[in-house]
Design a protein around this ligand. Structure first.
Ligand code: PEP
Ligand code: MN
Length: 338
């Protein structure tokens, strides 16, 4: 349930509603807006009888929201959220953010080569996995904490904030120490304990869609982070598993405009994991911006053919520069910058 107050409602009236909601055994969550305050009601199992509240002074309207993801929904929070992460703003009214870098941190030299390459082409955040969720145990598993240090050093060397994946609760502390943004990967989208603990850190989180997650499951996973009080969540569509095997996944671009309708959170697209093929990355990155993504995340490697992970979908420096030029032209068409 969402209680929308009149724009003339006083602080005392808002407080009286908050008290009344608590008296019903429910949790009030005030949502201040530029026009008026709304009070979200959490904790109800089903329909809430609003008779004791609807005639209280200052109440304009009561909206019953039955979705399992209330805090992330636009019903609860009609204004689009702008999420600041590592000094970069994701959301409406801000240029799309390009995050780029290798799939995995492989060595200090590789990261020191990757960083200027993505920075000079115009990326605004550097990526690199130190803890890697690999399908098989014999594949490169990442450099762990050593990798975090290389990533940080490389980001600092060019003045870019960094993002990296956290796979387990025990890694949260060290990843928060080295990275500006926590990435929760597709395989962990429904690791509810990890989501809860990541929510408590208050560090910005990039939450990737699970490979077979419905939109409701995706938004419900984000709800875990917000329910812990962390509003700094960026969603990421990275392709879903379908019957089609020609591409690594199927990029579900429909979720971009759909999630923009359903949620106030920013959403970006990862065309690298979505397609698995280098030559498909640029066209799908362009498509992502056309449908309204607030950014993209792309894998870029100084020597893609020798990458220890995801080389087939990684762009070279030249490919990436070309991609950025294409995106810039697109942004000019929209009347904006990149
Ligand atoms: C990644 O970004 O390197 C990654 C493992 O992505 P996903 O969780 O989407 O598979
Ligand atoms: Mn990868």
């Amino acid at each position: 349930m969402l209680i929308v107050m009149h724009h003339t409602a006083t602080d005392e009236q808002v407080q009286a509603i908050t008290d009344a909601v608590k008296a019903m055994g429910l949790t009030p969550q005030p949502i201040p807006g530029s026009e008026r305050t709304a009070i979200g009601v959490l904790g109800n199992q089903g329909y809430v009888d609003d008779t004791s509240i609807r005639d209280m002074p200052g109440v304009r309207e009561i909206i019953h929201v039955s979705k399992p993801y209330k805090l992330v929904s636009r019903d609860f929070h009609p204004e689009s959220s702008v999420v600041e992460a590592g000094g970069v703003k994701f959301g409406d009214g801000h240029p799309p953010v390009v995050i780029a870098g290798p799939c995995s941190v492989e060595s200090e030299a590789q990261m020191m080569a990757a960083a200027p390459l993505v920075k000079d082409a115009g990326a605004r955040m550097l990526r690199g996995g130190a803890f890697k969720p690999r399908t098989g145990p014999h594949s490169f598993q990442g450099l762990g904490v050593e990798g975090l240090k290389y990533l940080r050093r490389a980001g600092d060397s060019v003045g870019l904030p960094v993002i990296t994946e956290v796979m387990r609760i025990e890694q949260l502390e060290i990843v928060c120490k080295y990275a500006d943004v926590l990435q929760i990967g597709a395989r962990n989208m429904q690791n509810f304990d990890l989501l809860k603990e990541a929510g408590k850190t208050m560090h910005p989180v990039l939450l990737k869609r699970g490979m077979s997650a419905t939109i409701e499951e995706f938004l419900s996973a984000a709800e875990y982070l917000l329910a812990e009080g962390n509003p700094r969540v960026i969603l990421c569509e990275r392709g879903i598993r379908t019957f089609e095997r020609t591409t690594r996944n199927t990029l579900d671009l429909t979720v971009v405009p759909l999630i923009r309708e359903m949620s106030h959170l920013p959403i970006i697209v990862d065309p690298s994991h979505a397609t698995g093929r280098r030559n498909l990355v640029t066209p799908m990155a362009k498509a992502a911006l056309v449908v309204g993504a607030h950014g993209i995340m792309v894998e870029v490697h100084p020597d893609p053919d020798r990458a220890l992970c995801d080389g087939a979908q990684s762009l070279s420096g030249n490919d990436f520069t070309q991609l950025m030029n294409d995106l810039r032209k697109l942004q000019e068409l929209f009347g904006g910058t990149l």
